[in-house]
Ligand binder design. Structure first.
Ligand code: FAD
Length: 808
């Protein structure tokens, strides 16, 4: 075995082999793959080999599309058959809610360039002859589906990589990983040692253990999974003979089943409710290439529905039941990318649909390793979306929930209960007592809205039980004053002699003067948005940043990666160690004045001022800023003061009409101000000028901030897209994100977020459209739940376009 390689991939499943292939394809030929046993011997060998493009996240869907389109290439290059059957398929809906969901998937497909079609149950039965159309209300067809030979496909990636110079060692288990002082790695195996710059954890069933080698507890768990194979079925043979076609793929969501032809019979698999984790604590290194015992009782309820929905199965003999384990992250999406503080350690784990996603994962990860950026929007798959709070026990609960709900609908207003509450703040009980309906973000509980006794969310695609109550919260903010907990924001303290210079190089804005705040976008080297913060200068070389809570680990990874090596800058993620409350609305100043000694009049405490103030007896940091777009203040404090401050604000605000509001009201308030939000409008595929943040990009400042050159090019060229806000003639459902935006009937953009702007009493959608047509006043429409609805561009914010309320 050689003593050095540029990169070492650990794991020869479909994912590791895809990473290896993509590295060589991009020009890294000094790469090695180490496999404990034989290639495919983890979860890959017993996969059903199904593949499809549909995914709830359009960016993951895009990578799935890429994966499927890659298969011809690797088959040709490797001269290894992958046994591809591109049969197409149907997705079935037995309820109206499910049909609405299919329509929303179809809508996403429109702007992704997918050829899905919404069809009737009868039309579905023409494509998939085994179904009983009376059991369904609608369906969607998709030509880009099929299945392949899992082993052949893995070997095709491997052989194609070998042809480009990669080396594969089988029967070579990695037993340890040691990082050298210079950041490089010693990969210690049963057959010797390799020295490398980059290690890829593609350990599949053993990804957790390969994580533990470097002190990582990756949130990944294997689940048992079963599918059955039938004896030959006359109905299948008859269809093959009469049509000349294979019986295609089919997903029956309400039966929680997937099906396809296998030889002259059928394969039927299910994500059963009574699911079972496999090796929940540790995967044995000597787990051989063998199947787990079948347990038909566990999948019997799904099979019963299957026999009803597909009557031909009632007479079919079961030839074999396959039961094998494969891994999942808590939300079912892969875990890819680098790890904060572990230079050169890369994850390609938790890939539960290796044959739909493996190619995309390999492509994105190899880009990331070579170019420093995945080149796609991989936010939904980024390993950094979980923090240290995602413990083994949490992962266990969440993965089981995700598995058992794999084919269930998640409504846009639905919060999933498993593993909660986990992270709470001191006012949690007070919020609950006030009727808070809780959601979770980055593991932290936060109030979505406040319900009167007996009212809860009725899960739906359409406006629901919260509608009038969220309206009440919004109207209280616009008319008087509201209080919201804002602890879920990420907060960072930055200090040290190099802090100013470092921030100047990291962020695109000019640094604010002492006691002032500014909006601070952050770009990657390609000039794309990787953060939008509020940056405050607290004086004495100390800065305070607030940003998206979801992205805390994501941002800390970038911050630490870019810290100067001389130790002149310290950055601390404050997490739930610093909590917050916000008050907003025209009476918020009067309320604040009752709580503090200092003058907080418009001159004494200007818009974007920030200072340390005692709120009652509690030392706090108070900034005059609010994401509601109204007069408002953010008040930060240590957790031990939060209940006191909360109670004080409540008692002092009562006669001013103070009302608690939650994140749904905040969404309604910010969309009528045209304020974008991280992970929605601002993502690493949009440039700052496209996103309308150009005024915070100080190209003229001296500092050569990261992304400056690319931003200058974008300014010059204007980029490709523009973020626009539309008022939609919606009926009983508002845009939520990912709906297609049409111009003169043609799909020309997509919605990033939306909702009902209660104060303005209109339905709003924000989204990106092609730059060339972005300023057209007429001809727009947006698809919501299958209906194309007229939309009018809203160039000025609906509320307070001159920002007098915010600044006055
Ligand atoms: C019953 C069943 C049906 C499925 N059906 C489908 C389907 O229809 N479509 C689909 O897309 N997916 C399906 N899957 C899931 C699919 O199998 C996985 O997504 C895929 O196998 C993941 O591949 P991987 O490379 O990440 O992991 P693995 O296949 O587990 O590969 C990891 C490899 O790493 C090696 N390894 C680990 N640690 C070390 C170490 N320390 N040193 C050296 N080598 C190491 C292991 O030996 C193993 O070969 C199914 C899975 C099951 C169980």
């Amino acid at each position: 075995m050689q003593s050095h390689a540029q990169a070492v991939v650990i794991g020869g499943g479909v994912v590791g082999c895809s990473v290896l292939y993509h590295l060589t394809k991009a020009g890294w030929t000094d790469v090695v793959l180490l496999e404990r046993s034989e290639l495919t011997s983890g979860s890959t060998w017993h996969a059903a080999g199904g593949m499809h493009t549909i995914n709830g996240d359009p960016n993951v869907a895009k990578l799935q599309q890429y994966t499927i389109e890659l298969y011809d290439e690797i088959e040709e290059l490797s001269e290894q058959s992958i046994g591809l059957h591109l049969t197409g398929g149907v997705f079935l809906a037995a309820t109206n809610e499910r049909f609405d969901w299919l329509k929303s998937m179809h809508a996403k497909g429109l702007y992704l360039g997918m050829d899905t079609e919404i069809i009737s149950p009868k039309e579905a039965a023409e494509i998939f002859p085994l179904l009983d159309p009376d059991k369904f209300v609608g369906a969607m067809s998709d030509p880009l589906e099929g299945h392949l030979d899992p082993s052949g496909t893995t070997w095709a990636y491997a052989k194609a990589a070998q042809k480009k110079g990669a080396v594969i060692h089988q029967q070579t288990r990695v037993t340890d990983l040691q990082q050298n002082q210079d950041g490089s790695w010693r990969v210690i195996t049963e057959q010797g040692e390799i020295h490398t710059e980059h290690v890829v954890n593609a350990g599949g069933l053993w990804a957790r253990e390969v994580g533990r080698m470097v002190g990582l507890e990756l949130p990944v768990l294997a689940m048992e999974h079963m599918y059955l194979l039938t004896e030959d079925m006359p109905e299948v043979v008859a269809f093959n003979e009469s049509s000349g076609l294979e019986v295609p793929h089919c997903v029956d969501f309400d039966g929680e089943l997937y099906l396809r032809q296998e030889r002259k019979g059928m394969l039927m698999g299910t994500y059963e409710k009574a699911c079972k984790p496999w090796s929940p604590k540790e995967t044995p290194w000597d787990f051989p290439q063998e199947l787990l015992p079948a347990d038909i009782d566990r999948i019997a309820p799904s099979l019963e529905v299957g026999f009803e929905h597909f009557p031909a199965f009632q007479n079919a003999g079961i030839k074999q039941v396959i039961n094998g384990p494969f891994t999942f992250a808590p939300d079912g999406n892969p875990l890819i990318g680098p790890i904060k503080g572990l230079r050169g350690y890369w994850c390609a784990c938790g890939v539960m649909a290796g044959f739909s996603q493996g190619g995309g994962v390999g492509f994105a990860l190899s880009n990331w390793m070579i170019e420093g950026d995945p080149g796609f929007d991989v936010w939904a798959m980024d390993v950094s979306r979980y923090g240290d709070w995602a413990s083994l026990a949490y992962t266990n609960k969440k993965v089981q929930e995700n598995y058992s709900r794999r084919f269930s609908i998640r409504f846009p207003n639905e919060e999933l209960p498993a593993g909660r509450p986990l992270r709470t703040t001191p006012v949690y009980d007070r919020l609950l007592a006030a009727g808070a309906q809780m959601g979770e973000a980055y593991g932290l509980e936060q109030a979505l809205w406040f319900a009167p006794t007996g009212v809860v969310d009725d899960f739906s695609w359409r406006r629901s039980t919260d509608f009038e109550h969220v309206a009440g919260e919004v109207n209280a903010v616009r008319a008087a004053v509201g209080m919201m907990e804002i602890s879920s924001f990420a907060k960072y303290t930055i200090r040290g002699s190099g802090a100013s210079d470092w921030l100047d190089r990291l962020l695109t804005c000019r640094l604010p003067a002492e006691g002032r705040m500014t909006l601070a976008p952050m770009l990657n080297y390609a000039g794309k948005l990787i953060g939008d913060f509020s940056l405050a200068n607290l004086g004495d070389g100390e800065y305070f940043i607030a940003g998206s809570g979801l992205a805390e680990n994501y941002h800390m990874r970038w911050f630490t990666q870019n810290l100067p090596e001389d130790g002149s800058v310290e950055i601390i993620a404050r997490g739930a160690g610093l909590v917050g409350l916000s008050i907003a609305g025209p009476k918020s100043r009067e309320l604040l004045q009752r709580l503090v000694d200092e003058d907080v009049g418009n001159q004494g405490f200007r818009f974007l001022d920030i200072r340390k103030l005692d709120v009652g007896m509690a030392p706090c940091l108070v900034g005059r800023v609010s994401f509601t777009g109204d007069l408002g203040y953010e008040i930060w404090m240590k957790p031990e003061f939060q209940r006191y401050v909360f109670d004080l604000i409540q008692s002092q605000g009562e006669d001013l009409g103070l009302r608690l509001f939650g994140s749904r009201a905040l969404n309604s308030l910010r969309i009528e101000k045209n304020f974008g939000s991280w992970a929605k409008e601002y993502r690493p595929v949009y440039g700052p000028y496209e996103a309308g943040m150009g005024r915070f990009v100080a190209l003229k400042k001296e500092a050569d901030f990261i992304g400056k050159a690319a931003a200058a090019v974008e300014k010059e060229s204007g980029g490709k897209l523009r973020l626009r806000v539309f008022v939609v003639e919606a009926k009983d459902a508002d845009a939520i994100g990912d709906e297609p935006i049409r111009y003169e009937g043609e799909v020309k953009g997509w919605v990033t977020s939306g909702g009902y702007a209660h104060a303005s009493r209109v339905s709003v959608a924000m989204g990106y459209v092609a730059k060339e047509i972005a300023d057209k006043q007429y001809g727009w429409s947006i698809d919501i739940l299958g209906e194309t609805l007229p939309a009018t561009p809203q160039t000025e914010p609906l509320f307070d376009p001159s920002a007098e309320r915010m600044r006055g």
